[in-house]
Design a protein around this ligand. Sequence first.
Ligand SMILES: C[S@@+](CC[C@H](N)C(=O)[O-])C[C@H]1O[C@@H](n2cnc3c(N)ncnc32)[C@H](O)[C@@H]1O
Length: 272
Amino acid sequence: MHLSDQEFKLISELMHDKFGINLSEQKRSLVVERLQKVMRSGDFKNFRDYYDYVINEPSGQALSDMVDRISTNYTYFFREKDHFDFLVSTALPQLIARAKSQNRPGLKIWCAGCSSGEEPYTLAIILSEFLGAEISQMDVGILATDISETALQKAKNAIYTDAQLSQVPVSYRQRYFAAVDNNNWTVKPILKKLVLLRRLNLMRPEFPFKGKFDIIFCRNVIIYFDLPTQQGLIERFHRYLQPGGYLFTGHSESIDRSRALYKYIKPAVYQK
Ligand SMILES: C[S@@+](CC[C@H](N)C(=O)[O-])C[C@H]1O[C@@H](n2cnc3c(N)ncnc32)[C@H](O)[C@@H]1O
């Protein structure tokens, strides 16, 4: 189906204004490919018709479905493993010692743009391994948020194939996953209970949290945003981090212009 210049502009502007997602000219064929199915099933004559339907549909479900199709949800367990090594060697010992000294034995992590759950469940494994039996006496939790309902549903189902678990060390697989059948594994309740999944648009000017986080993971998300949108989000994250808290971005993302707010620790790791 043909996507005219005008139609592409309308859809790009909508994705940018509502979700920060920046669809450059190179993404044009991706837009056609990802929206084709819904266009056919909904019997729309052209992209303009579909666009009009999306912006006028009162529940917001059609808009939610559109971003779901357009956003890239690619992720895997132990992605950019450096970060998990850094957590174990440096960030967790520091933050937990500090929490204990302040008499608030807890640790709050926000995984922003968590996709289908591989990242927050990796964090839950790391926390469980690091804290051992102590975890039950501490107030630890991972809030995992995303805009995509499909991705969040996968995270809630928490069933992954053998291939999806290929990066998970065998000992962790035995401890934290249970076989469903020959090819599928489910995340055990001891991990699941550490992860709270919620739908949240990172474009909100304010986030609905009372407390602050010790760690924010927002990896491979801002890469889809333009510079001012990235900048605004990195600044907003700062308000929701404890002093001394850490921000992790994807290794191909940099936050140069916000360096005044954060101390650069190592590639893709910053400290408030
Ligand atoms: C490529 S995935 C990254 C997943 C994981 N953080 C990782 O590094 O593997 C990007 C995620 O960002 C989400 N996303 C994009 N725009 C968003 C927005 N405005 N608010 C919340 N999530 C968004 C997408 O739905 C997608 O699941």
